[in-house]
Design a protein around this ligand. Structure first.
Ligand code: ADE
Length: 480
């Protein structure tokens, strides 16, 4: 993992992160830390990087120009490119640039937590942008920032300390950084539980004994005791976290009964991108945050109706992914929607990557290719959605002699999809090449590759079979 920090106080960040575990991790090459002084990139003769806010108000704002130029220099370095001819001219970001996440550290951002740390730890490079004074010109934030993140509802004097907090937390999840890799997994916040109590020598201290089960040598009993302690401690100290833990546990218990059929719901929970609104013995209701989809599975109609009654009837542009025909029918009546796509769900259950076929240059499509993508795939997804997928770097493409030949991508809720080969380029193995690349990208991140195939799409079903994906017996109904 390579961290790049854009700051006006590089020494503060470098000194804060060069000792102890992180210092060792840098020396061993598990992580790297580059601090970039934004001031070095100002075109102002006097080294000025800030100015008064238009419209008046207290304090100074950091200007767009030096921030943009510092970002561009870092991106060029990461991509091994020569400097842009004119760093003063913000042009449209390329697909590769778009893939590098830029985290603007601000009290206005999403609150940092262990889930986000885990997500960010999967990246190869992360750029942190630290603000000072009253903030940064909004235009450059709009241009380069992918994530705005806060470390809590309080205000510090600058973004350096929060960036250091986040870098510390993310680093310890990078393989090799902690000496005992297990310790990053089984500690506070794993499974939304606080850590169980720990004891070391002597066996009796000040008349207090170590719990006898820890001396029993029975590992199963020790594990069970630790889990109970963690649950009890969380219930007492952090009832909010305990509620999340219970919902997650109940949700998995229901969904695992049909693991293939429910992989879409299992994955959004595991990645902590969904809110679990209900999870019980007979059904689960989720709201997936990136896509806004309501995801539902119920054992019977009664439970289905109870879950549906929790969804506001007046929600605009509702989107549902449900697992039973009775839910599909009830939703169509209740929300007066009729666009239903019945899909098979296919899951790649193996852990090993697939060999990538030779002869294909897989790249990312750019925005100028949107029309071609829409033409080929358009009726199924709105234009804004496809554009967003391109902008977020979630699409892959193959070009032949400079022309877009095939494309595929990752949907907002996390499935592989949008796979399409344009007519003139079929029967050359492009679909398999794209899907194999996606599968391997998922596996590298520790995600389970899965996709949903429209009923009747025999070509896609045959491809899934060929690549070794397993088909669930039921259907997923997407309703909008
Ligand atoms: N900058 C100032 N305060 C902050 C906070 N709480 N989180 C992130 N960045 C900040």
């Amino acid at each position: 993992m390579n961290f790049h920090v854009l700051t006006l106080f590089p020494e503060m960040v470098a000194q804060g992160l060069c000792t102890s575990i992180l210092g060792r991790a840098v020396q061993k090459g598990h992580i790297s830390l580059e601090t970039v002084n934004i001031r070095d990139y100002t075109t102002d003769r006097h080294g000025k990087v800030d100015d008064y806010p238009y419209g008046g108000g207290a304090g100074m704002l950091m200007q767009a120009q030096p921030v943009y130029a510092a970002w561009q220099a870092v991106v060029n370095k990461i991509l091994g490119k020569r400097p842009a001819p004119d760093p003063l001219l913000p042009n449209d970001k390329t697909g590769e640039e778009r893939r590098i996440r830029v985290i603007y550290v601000t009290p206005q951002g999403r609150i940092f937590d262990q889930g986000l740390a885990q997500e960010l730890a999967q990246e190869g490079d992360l750029i942190f942008l630290c603000g000072h004074y009253e903030g940064i010109d909004e235009r450059v934030l709009d241009t380069i920032v992918t994530d705005q993140v806060s470390i809590g509802d309080y205000v510090l004097t600058g973004g350096e300390l929060p960036a250091m907090v986040m870098i510390d937390c993310i680093s310890r999840l990078v393989p090799g950084v902690l000496q005992n890799e297990e310790s990053a997994e089984y500690e506070s916040f794993h499974d939304n539980l606080l850590e169980y109590p720990q004891y070391t020598r002597p066996e009796i201290w000040e008349g207090k004994s170590v719990p006898s089960v820890l001396l029993s040598g029975d590992h199963a009993k020790v594990d069970q005791w630790r889990l109970e302690q963690a649950e009890e401690r969380t219930r007492r100290r952090r009832p909010d976290l305990y509620e999340l833990h219970s919902r997650e546990k109940n949700a998995y218990a229901f969904l695992e009964k049909d693991r293939l059929g429910h992989m879409d719901m299992i994955e959004v929970i595991r990645k902590r991108q969904a809110e679990i609104l209900y999870a019980g013995e007979n059904g689960v209701l989720l709201r997936d945050l990136p896509s806004g989809a309501w995801m539902i599975s119920a054992a019977d109609m009664d439970m289905g109706e109870r879950l549906l009654s929790r969804i506001p009837r007046d929600c605009s542009d509702p989107l549902f992914a449900v697992h039973q025909p009775f839910l599909r029918d009830s939703i169509c009546r209740r929300f007066q929607v009729d666009e239903v796509n019945a899909c098979h769900q296919a899951v790649y259950t193996r852990k090993s990557p697939l060999p990538e076929p030779e002869g294909f240059q897989i790249c990312v499509p750019n925005e100028t290719e949107l029309d071609l993508i829409r033409e080929a795939y358009g009726p199924l997804e709105p234009e804004e959605y496809l554009l967003e997928r391109i902008r977020l770097g979630k699409m892959l493409a193959i070009r032949e002699q400079g022309n877009l030949a095939a494309f595929a991508g990752i949907h907002a809720e996390g499935s592989m999809g949008m796979l399409h080969v344009r007519k003139a380029y079929r029967r050359k193995g492009m679909a398999a090449a794209l899907e194999i690349r996606l599968i391997n990208m998922f596996l590298e991140k520790g995600d389970v590759p899965f996709c949903q195939i429209f009923e009747g799409n025999q070509a896609s079903l045959a491809l899934q079979k060929k690549l070794g994906l397993r088909l669930a017996s039921g259907r997923v109904y997407w309703i909008s």
